[in-house]
Design a protein around this ligand. Structure first.
Ligand SMILES: [Zn+2]
Length: 169
């Protein structure tokens, strides 16, 4: 529109129909102003085109990152499902093993075990490995360790720290 207006004003000035020098000067001034305006508009357009290109590049980058995240999420979900299935399978194995052993355990020991298990986050008994209780990971003192080792086989052994039943190998 600005270009058309400038061309028409220039044509009017060149036509010879305008004879007043004052009017000719006015037309020339307007044409110059229109050319400046056109130049400004072209600069704006260029800036906008550059901004658009930048945004399009960013959009493409974001789309590709989104794709990577979605694919990673699918992989993590799959790994989680596999791990859960494996845990269920192991739980079944352990439950079956427990069902075989449970009826053979002394009633007093079984009652104590259940009581400790409720208090100690589901773990009622722990192995003694070296001088460390595997239930609380606390080292048992040499004096206590000696006393535990001296107890007869049928006597229930307890950890002095967490009070779990100690399985002494
Ligand atoms: Zn312990």
């Amino acid at each position: 529109m600005v270009t058309r207006k400038a061309a028409s004003e220039e044509a009017r000035a060149a036509s010879g129909r305008v004879t007043s020098p004052k009017e000719l000067t006015a037309i020339q001034d307007e044409v110059a102003a229109l050319h400046r305006r056109q130049s400004t508009l072209e600069d704006d357009l260029l800036e906008r085109m550059e901004a658009r290109e930048t945004l399009e590049r960013e959009l493409a980058e974001l789309a590709s990152r989104r794709e990577a995240v979605v694919s990673e999420q699918a992989k993590v979900g799959q790994a989680r499902d596999t791990a859960l299935a494996e845990i269920d399978r192991q739980l079944e194995v352990e439950r079956a093993a427990r069902a075989v052993v449970a009826p053979t355990v002394d009633e007093r020991l079984a009652a104590l075990y259940d009581q400790i298990r409720r208090r100690q986050g589901g773990v009622g008994a722990a192995a003694l490995v070296g001088n460390t209780c595997q239930g609380c990971r606390v080292t048992i003192s040499p004096v206590e360790l000696n006393a535990i080792r001296k107890l007869p086989a049928e006597e229930i052994k307890r950890c002095e720290n967490c009070r779990r039943i100690l399985v002494v190998g």
